[in-house]
Design a protein around this ligand. Structure first.
Ligand code: HEM
Length: 489
């Protein structure tokens, strides 16, 4: 922008000087969460970089992000039309596509309602408060057996590989009314490859901004396209089967409820926003996709932190033993009595910041933030990693210390500190699966901590350096798990 284009009273955005053609790609490098955080120390909380020829505004700092996403929410609510997004859910994703505001709003409301009703209804087993609790408790118990059996049979296991199937089964139960075996090759063919998905879809992928890069051979891009194709084919097969067996009087799951909505809408002549059937039933792709990768990444990190900090693992088990005992499966109603577990989860979210940036945003009109002018249609990165490691908010931010979230009494969680952690975004695009995400991470982890002890495999030291992506993963590793009951005998 020329200085003359900037409305009076506003300033031009600061930022590093871009190189011709590639812009600031080299400054951003392989770890944008670190480089863009370092830049915020130099240029302030709002600055501009250029990726290729395209300007990108980066927002840092809890208050600045709150101002943009909540107080000026409407102006920052859109998504940019990035190259990689057209392959996700065939370009019709609720989360990634640049749908018109009215269409996105209608789809988001439908998705929220479907998630809410199919996670909170009662299941077949009356011992559980809701079907989500029932699914997680059953899958959690199964995962415990699986991990201890694999340790016995093979000596070790890759935590992500097994956790992802259990987590996928919970969302599959709600979306499709079915679960899969831990060796199901069709499911494994995309859930186990989600690293490449995150590498391409993460903020700052140069190929999204520099067109000629799309023509260079890239193994990651090829895998990204393959994962999307397999994922879409997998969901499409299930959706077709649902249409074939659909019965209005027996809505079995979220897919059925979305099909039913399409049928009802055809009778409603007053509906003012036109959304195709494909875009309505396609919501299930987003729910399934977002519902397995995020939660399995969180749980896999959790297990790795337990191994890296064995004294914390023992304290968590002791808390479980004292508050719940070792006989029955922990439930959601136990949460208030497990403050250390809650603090551990908050610290896991903060320290790993495994979703370092939200999905990129885009401005819907010319706007201003902190006195800087930001034009319409500007791509905006929201730096959650910076908020979670900001020394102005956190004492010694790089140390892993769940106790930082406990009040002085040691038995209650400090709610103000808990709210400072930013991992689900905020405002209009805030994650719609937050409640489910928090519930699943809590319950799965409670079951694992109660039943298993995780160990490092001798000769295989852990590496906790995150690999950058939309969701950052730890390096694949091999661990061992022993059943606590067997240890006692
Ligand atoms: C969006 C985090 C679980 C569905 C997001 C965003 C983040 C996020 C950071 C982007 C917000 C933005 O762009 O400003 C997480 C984390 C999870 C989790 C950390 C688990 C620990 C889930 C689950 C579901 C889900 C379980 C569904 C079952 C979605 C959807 C969006 C979204 C549909 C797009 C919303 C929109 O664009 O309007 N999530 N998520 N998420 N999440 Fe989650």
């Amino acid at each position: 922008l020329l200085r003359s284009d900037i409305p009076e009273g506003l300033q031009r955005l600061p930022g590093p000087k871009p190189l011709p053609i590639i812009g600031n790609v080299l400054d951003v490098g392989a770890n944008p969460h670190l480089s863009l955080t370092a830049m915020s120390e130099r240029f302030g909380q709002v600055y501009q970089i250029q990726i290729g020829m395209r300007p990108v505004v980066v927002l840092n700092g809890s208050e600045t992000i709150r101002q943009a996403l909540i107080k000026q929410g409407e102006e920052f609510a859109s998504r940019p039309d990035l190259y990689s997004f057209q392959f996700i859910n065939n370009g019709k994703s609720l989360a990634f596509s640049s749908d018109q505001a009215g269409v996105w709003r209608t789809r988001r409301k439908l998705a929220l309602n479907a998630l809410r009703s199919f996670s909170t209804i009662k299941g077949s087993d009356l011992g559980y408060s809701c079907v989500l609790e029932e699914h997680v408790c059953k899958e959690g118990e199964y995962l415990v057996k699986q991990l201890s059996n694999v340790t016995e049979a093979s000596g070790s296991f890759d935590p992500f590989r097994h956790i992802v199937v259990s987590v996928a089964n919970v969302i599959c139960g709600m979306c499709f009314g079915r679960r899969y075996n831990h060796d199901d090759q069709e499911l494994l063919s995309f859930v186990n490859l989600s690293d490449e998905f995150g590498q391409v879809a993460g903020s700052g992928n140069p190929a999204d901004f520099i067109p000629f890069l799309r023509f260079l051979p890239s193994r990651t891009m090829k895998t990204f396209m393959e994962i999307n194709a397999r994922f879409n084919a997998f969901v499409q097969k299930i959706v077709t089967e649902h249409y074939r067996t659909f019965d209005k009087n027996n809505i079995r799951d979220i897919t059925d409820s979305l099909i039913d909505h399409c049928e009802d809408r055809k009778l409603d002549e007053n509906s003012n926003v036109q959304v195709s059937d494909e875009k309505i039933v396609g919501i299930v792709n987003d729910l399934f996709g977002a519902g397995f990768d995020t939660i399995s990444t969180a749980l896999s990190w959790a297990v790795v932190y337990l191994v890296a900090y064995p004294e914390i693992q023992e304290k968590l088990h002791q808390e479980m033993k004292d508050s719940v005992g070792l006989e029955r499966t922990p439930l959601l109603s136990d949460k208030a009595n497990l403050p250390l577990l809650e603090a551990f989860i908050l610290e896991l979210f903060r320290h790993s910041s495994f979703l370092p940036f939200t999905i990129p945003h885009c401005t819907t009109k010319d706007t201003a933030l902190n006195g800087y002018f930001i034009p319409k249609d500007t791509c905006v990165f929201i730096n959650q990693w910076q908020v979670n490691h900001d020394p102005a908010l956190w004492k010694d931010p790089s140390s892993f210390s769940p106790e930082r979230f406990l009040n002085a009494d040691g038995i209650t969680v400090n709610k103000m500190d808990a709210e400072k952690v930013m991992i689900f975004g905020m405002g209009k695009r805030r994650c719609i699966g937050e409640a489910i995400g928090r519930t699943e991470v809590f319950l799965f982890l409670a079951i694992l901590v109660q039943k298993l002890r995780f160990h490092e495999l001798p000769g295989h030291p852990l590496d906790l350096t995150p690999e950058y992506g939309l969701t950052m993963k730890h390096k694949r590793c091999q661990l061992r798990a022993s059943l606590r009951v067997q240890e006692q005998n």
